[in-house]
Design a protein around this ligand. Structure first.
Ligand SMILES: Cc1cc2nc3c(=O)[nH]c(=O)nc-3n(C[C@H](O)[C@H](O)[C@H](O)COP(=O)(O)OP(=O)(O)OC[C@H]3O[C@@H](n4cnc5c(N)ncnc54)[C@H](O)[C@@H]3O)c2cc1C
Length: 426
């Protein structure tokens, strides 16, 4: 009997719990759908699509993967009619759009009397069982008690390989995309990462693991990654942050649009000079360089994400929902839940009471003391003394955009935006 296995954010065979469950039910037809509705929404003819296609290519070297380009429901309709499967098996989805898509397919399957099986995978703990927490630290304690680290590893699957169904090459012929610099399946790279030095290395703009797109698309199993990195408690904590946002989303499913903190729901965001921000023309070289890196490479370091989100919400008074949307268009590791959670956190409307303001001048000096990063992404500034580049308010940078705001006025601005809920951090 045919079992359709639907790959989504778990583009791997090794330690794939949902695929393992499918293998126990019958002969497996493995499929992936490049959904044209999603492509249209995210302007995805870019590196992100290239990354996915590279991953599909690598996966196809291991199994007879069938790849479809089109609307998810139409493709399932076709497959169900043609193969009369005994079941459709897939990993459970937890993002807003993922849940919606899954629900539609599940309904279709039920209407057509096909069994629909969803398997929990791609998280280290079942975050749905973690309740009664608010701060990350209270979550983290409970999360550690719920860790489920059992690795299935390699297992046998009997795959079907109907020749008339499209391979990744056939399916993607009509798509324009760039194969990008991130080499999917480059597990070697991570084996070489020195996790014992993670706490120190992660502070450098090129020193963190860069695992995020591999985690986002499930190219490496999260348990496998945990095993590589468990020598560093700091690293494990970072993995827990991802699950913290999902646990919060599970309890407060409205958080994609509404502030978690009730007392900070009526902020009148100024939305000042947002176009200059989107174009990387703020006049603050560290901010502009980060925007250029984000747009060209689709990835930036966590410290830069925090700096950008702070500048956007605090210095420009930009609504965090707009900032979140901007990141969603560019990040190769874009994850709805993680992005929303982090934007709320930096905007000080999430679970954290403190109102943090990142000083862009101080951050520039700290993150890029010799201005190497700035000069890499804004080469036209290569001859400007570093001291100017850090502090464009004190020093006018010749021939460069004047600063769109004075960061020294931010504290006052934030007081006005946050009103009564603003308290100086001592
Ligand atoms: C405003 C903002 C938006 C963000 N949007 C995303 C997003 O859409 N997708 C995404 O994967 N990460 C997002 N992050 C989290 C974090 O910046 C990235 O996961 C990290 O920079 C990726 O680089 P890395 O793999 O080298 O990280 P490492 O420092 O090596 O961390 C290892 C892994 O831990 C997880 N992790 C680390 N920090 C966080 C965090 N703050 N929240 C959740 N998980 C974390 C990631 O899976 C990461 O790959 C965002 C952070 C901020 C401040």
């Amino acid at each position: 009997m045919t079992i359709i296995f639907w790959f989504k954010r778990d583009l791997r065979v090794y330690d794939n719990r949902a695929l393992y469950a499918a293998s126990k039910l019958g002969e497996v037809l493995p499929i992936f759908i490049i959904d044209t509705d999603i492509l249209d929404k995210f302007e995805a003819y870019d590196l992100r699509l290239g990354f996915i296609i590279t991953a599909l290519q690598k996966l196809s070297e291991e199994i007879p993967l069938k790849v479809y380009v089109g609307k998810t429901l139409e493709i399932f309709d076709y497959l169900i009619e043609k193969y009369k499967p005994k079941a459709i098996v897939t990993a459970e989805a937890f993002t807003w759009s993922g849940e919606e898509r899954l629900k539609k397919v599940e309904t279709l399957a039920i209407n057509k009397k096909v069994r629909f099986v969803k398997i929990f995978d791609n998280f280290l703990a079942d975050f749905r069982k973690i309740k009664n927490f608010w701060s990350f630290s209270s979550f983290y304690k409970k999360w550690k008690e719920k860790l489920d680290l059992e690795i299935i590893g390699k297992f046998n699957v009997k795959f079907l390989n109907p020749k008339e169904e499209p391979t990744w090459q056939e399916a993607t012929k009509k798509l324009k995309y760039e194969i990008n610099k991130f080499n999917a399946y480059d597990a070697e790279k991570f084996l070489k990462y020195d996790f014992s030095k993670y706490r120190k290395l992660r502070k450098f703009l090129n020193g963190s693991t860069r695992l995020s797109p591999y985690i986002r698309f499930g190219i490496l199993s999260i348990r496998h990654i945990y095993n590589l990195g468990k020598i560093s408690e700091k690293f494990v904590k970072e993995l827990a942050w991802r699950e913290y946002w999902y646990a919060l989303k599970n309890l407060y499913p409205y958080m994609n649009n509404l502030e978690l903190r009730e007392d900070r729901r009526n902020i009148k965001w100024d939305n000042l000079c947002l176009d200059a921000f989107y174009n990387g023309e703020t006049g603050y070289p560290i901010i502009d360089a980060a925007i250029r890196q984000l747009k060209s490479e689709k990835w930036i370091h966590n410290r830069l994400r925090m700096l950008l989100a702070s500048f956007f919400t605090k210095d420009l008074g930009g609504d965090w929902r707009l900032g979140e949307k901007f990141f969603s268009k560019h990040l190769i590791d874009y994850d709805e839940v993680v992005n929303v959670g982090n934007w709320q956190w930096v905007a000080s409307v999430g679970t954290d009471y403190a109102i943090r303001i990142f000083n862009p001048v101080k951050q520039s000096k700290e993150l890029d003391p010799k201005c190497e990063y700035i000069k890499t992404y804004i080469p036209e500034l290569k001859d400007v003394p570093c001291i100017y580049l850090h502090d464009p308010i004190t020093y006018r940078i010749p021939g460069y955009f004047p600063p769109i705001v004075n960061y020294k006025e931010t504290r006052q601005k934030v007081k006005t935006l946050f009103g009564l809920s603003y308290k100086e951090k001592t």
